[in-house]
Design a protein around this ligand. Structure first.
Ligand SMILES: [Zn+2]
Length: 482
């Protein structure tokens, strides 16, 4: 797996990979004493964190002295005094989170930064190796020799595409990683490569896959078919997954869960359950009732992550902002680690007259069963003071009666508001950015919040302006045109 010229580095990497693989397998079987593993790794992690300027700013020198003295016997107790690390603190001080000189990393990456400052997320040899084994040991249940995988992730600044390429290498599966121009959105080459190479596995965000399918449809090209989809980076609920399966003929998995900052904290198995990587992270839940460790029992709250295998930039009690649920169930795949369900970002709720509408509520109405006549590929909600406009892309040219029937399906979600369905040729450009922005910012345009959009960083500000222009509500047009 590793081509390293230096003999000592090569031997050390192989030793780490072997030891970690053994730990992963024992954790999956449930035969390891995780509390003891955590205690030992916590000591190393706390010690590493004392070398990072980030924690000097957030917790102060006295706490760092405390961390430095931790032993496996009292590591859990010392950890109990570690304060939560806020997302904004990591965003502001992310370049000070390292414990090594930058040149000792193997690759530089950062988070997208579309809604704030990008956070540095370089890969070091040790964490790359561990994350690769973590993902690979579960994807091995799903992927087979002879598979050809298309990685379609248009974010070369972020680590995900490279990380998945490494996983596929680890499993001995050929992959290709083409690029799509974000401006022209031309998928001709990608569609040709899928056909010529017989790519049967898709790895990437669902909104990118929808774009690919719609491009094929608009250009009278055959729609791509896959055997398996490994989806990532976006909240993809059951109705969205079922929709993508109908469109591609594939079995869809939410492939992994994590972020550029944390690494991969959960990975899917063949039963489509996301298994927490409890050997590499100490995971907790936070809500009004406080902070508690995830012990496998059913529970829900905001996920708080402590990385135990990221010595080059350790995260201690990092608040992810993601709402998650631990199902408390035992998985039929045989792996004995807790199962995670993602519930979306805290802010991904549309509130209208006191009603909260979540992504899956809307997608269940749209996609739980196909409305006869036409396929709804994708959608965007436009909210106005007195009504809701649902923009949809479809096959063929739906008539008004069909649009009205679709409107009736979603109307109960928006009681008291007039719901209009409008089929369009192409959605505003924001709709393809769910990977970076989350559901609400990418699929819901709230015209009542128009005044706030000017503050969005570029290129998002420009894309919002372009989306508004396409809808006929840009600065030069009147609102009445929607
Ligand atoms: Zn499983």
């Amino acid at each position: 797996m590793l081509l390293l010229r230096d003999e000592n580095e090569r031997a050390a990497a192989a030793e780490l990979a072997d030891a970690h693989l053994k730990l992963v397998r024992e954790t999956q079987e449930g035969t390891v004493d995780l509390e003891a593993v955590h205690a030992v790794k916590l000591v190393t992690t706390l010690e590493a964190a004392t070398r990072s300027a980030l924690y000097r700013h957030t917790v102060g020198a006295a706490a760092l002295a405390d961390w430095l003295l931790a032993t496996p016997e009292d590591a859990h107790e010392v950890f109990g005094r570690v304060p939560l690390l806020a997302k904004k603190d990591l965003a502001a001080l992310g370049d000070q989170a390292f414990t090594r000189p930058l040149a000792e990393f193997v690759h530089y990456y950062e988070s997208s930064g579309t809604t704030g400052n990008p956070v540095a997320a370089p890969k070091a040899l040790d964490d790359l190796l561990i994350n690769t084994v973590n993902i690979g040991e579960l994807w091995a249940q799903i992927l087979q020799p002879g598979d050809v995988a298309l990685i379609l992730i248009n974010a070369p600044f972020a680590p995900a595409a490279y990380q998945f390429e490494k996983v596929l290498e680890y499993l001995g599966i050929m992959s290709l990683r083409p690029w799509v121009d974000n401006i022209t959105g031309d998928y001709t080459r990608v569609l040709r490569l899928i056909a010529e190479l017989g790519a049967n596995v898709f790895v990437g965000p669902p909104s990118r896959l929808l774009e690919l399918i719609q491009f094929a449809h608009r250009n009278d090209l055959p729609a791509p078919r896959f055997d398996r989809l490994l989806l990532m980076a976006e909240q993809t609920g059951p109705s969205f997954v079922a929709h993508l399966e109908r469109l591609t003929g594939a079995t869809a998995y939410v492939g992994s869960y994590g972020s550029s900052e944390t690494g991969t904290t959960a990975v899917t198995c063949r039963e489509r359950n996301l298994h927490l990587q409890t050997h590499s992270y100490l995971l907790e839940l936070f809500d009004d009732e406080g902070l508690r460790p995830i012990d496998g029992k059913a529970d829900r709250g905001e996920l708080v992550v402590t990385s135990l295998d990221l010595p080059a930039r350790p995260l201690l009690r990092y608040r992810t902002g993601d709402r998650v649920e631990i199902t408390g169930e035992t998985c039929a795949c045989g792996v004995r680690t807790p199962i995670l369900r993602t519930l979306g970002r805290e802010q991904d709720v549309v509130t209208l007259a006191g009603n909260g509408v979540r992504q899956n509520d809307l997608e269940a109405a749209l996609w739980s069963s196909e409305l006869p006549g036409h396929i709804v590929f994708n959608y965007m909600l436009v909210l106005r003071s007195n009504g809701v406009v649902l923009l949809v892309t479809t096959d063929g040219a739906p008539d008004e009666a069909w649009s009205a029937r679709l409107g009736e399906r979603v109307a109960p979600l928006f009681e008291g508001y007039e719901v209009t369905v409008r089929p369009v040729e192409k959605l505003p450009p924001l709709a393809s950015l769910g990977q970076y922005l989350g559901w609400k910012l990418s699929r819901v345009l709230d015209l009542n919040e128009e005044a706030n959009w000017g503050r969005l960083p570029e290129p998002i500000g420009g894309l919002v302006a372009e989306s508004l222009r396409q809808l006929g509500v840009g600065p030069a047009a009147t609102e009445g045109e929607v």
